[in-house]
Design a protein around this ligand. Structure first.
Ligand SMILES: *Cc1c(COP(=O)(O)O)cnc(C)c1O
Length: 340
């Protein structure tokens, strides 16, 4: 394989983006964390710093959705998830800069406290429908229903799937691969692993498609925080293939390309595990950097677990993708209540 960074780009046709993010995000050495773990060398790709609406991974996806919504003449974005959703907060912020409104569907019922992302949603003036059910998959159908109601009322809604997980959104992470390729080439580094927290699977799908298209040397390992590994593998494979077709560069994926570990979920989505809390404290105390309780804390607990089990070697180079989510910390004060 030739060294990264010197091949001509393969011919791809990227759809339009509406710029939101401040790019490139930094790729920084996490030497304190690495030392605390006794190796390996770890870099952190700071996508918590995408620089719009409190940052995070949803911003790269939204650049594509927003461009398409504007091209369709939309006047309202419709999406859904939970009250502490980073995706809803970022989508609402994107709607506002484009002069649109945001109408969203949340699973469960109205939270009793205005905190974290839910507080930010209020500041953005989001209109919220609750499903009054903990079943998160009900949100998907309700997004369609709300969009249909708006259409009947003469509005021009543009619906974005839960988590921004579709081929179009995943292109944000195909682009991120190219961005990292330039950063890694400038640092003369060839990582063995990219590790990230996986939820609705679009981010991992985009990274995987990008790694294939640009012939990158690393494996992409997702630490799932909600769905089973089997469900993730199916979704990642499908979204990665669709994303590659969308840009006219279809890829072949084999099952061994799609790496997901499910043993770090704990008792469920959004429920903080002791290992997650430990990972959040460790990264705060070694790097002065904050992870979130739902995604990146579990993602980091996964990276630490894979290192301790020897599945990630001490002589390998790891990039951890910090996908953001810090506002969620403020909805989980219990993380700060252990006095070690
Ligand atoms: C949504 C989210 C993820 C997961 O990304 P998916 O593309 O949904 O898999 C990870 N981290 C944070 C902070 C998120 O908000």
């Amino acid at each position: 394989m030739p060294p990264t960074g010197i091949r001509p780009d393969p011919p791809i046709s990227m759809p339009a983006r509406h710029p939101l993010a401040i790019l490139p995000t930094p790729l920084v050495e996490a030497s304190g964390l690495s030392a605390a773990l006794g190796g390996p060398r770890i870099l952190i790709k700071r996508d918590d710093m995408t620089g719009f609406g409190f940052g995070g991974n949803k911003v790269r996806k939204l650049e594509f959705y927003l461009a398409e919504a504007l091209a369709h003449g939309a006047d309202v974005l419709v999406t859904g998830a939970g009250p502490q959703s980073n995706h809803i907060r970022a989508t609402a912020a994107a709607a506002r800069v484009a002069g649109m409104e945001a109408v969203v569907v949340m699973h469960g019922s109205m939270p009793t406290e205005l905190q974290g992302n839910f507080l930010l949603d209020r500041l953005l003036g989001v209109q919220t429908h609750f499903t009054d059910s903990p079943d998160r998959s009900l949100v998907d159908r309700k997004i369609e229903e709300v969009a249909e109601e708006l259409r009947r009322a003469g509005r021009r809604p543009y619906a974005i799937p839960r988590g921004g997980a579709s081929a179009l959104g995943a292109l944000g992470y195909v682009e991120c691969v190219r961005e990292m390729e330039a950063q890694l080439a400038a640092m003369n580094l060839r990582p063995e692993w990219i590790v990230l927290a996986t939820g609705s699977c679009g981010t991992q799908a985009g990274l995987l498609a990008g790694a294939k298209i640009y012939n990158m040397p690393y494996r992409v390992l997702g630490i799932t925080v909600s769905r089973s590994a089997d469900e993730c593998r199916e979704r990642i494979g499908r979204i990665a293939r669709e994303a590659s077709e969308l840009i006219g560069h279809p890829i072949e994926l084999s099952p061994k390309d799609i790496l997901v570990r499910e043993e770090y979920i704990g008792t469920g989505y959004g429920l903080v595990t002791p290992d997650c809390a430990e990972a959040i404290r460790l990264v705060a105390r070694t790097e002065g950097l904050f992870l979130d309780p739902t995604y990146t804390g579990k993602g980091m607990s996964g990276l630490i677990g894979e290192i301790r089990s020897g599945r990630i070697g001490k002589d390998e180079l790891v990039v951890f993708l910090h996908t953001g989510g810090e506002p969620g910390l403020f909805a989980h004060p219990e993380i700060g209540s252990s006095h070690d």
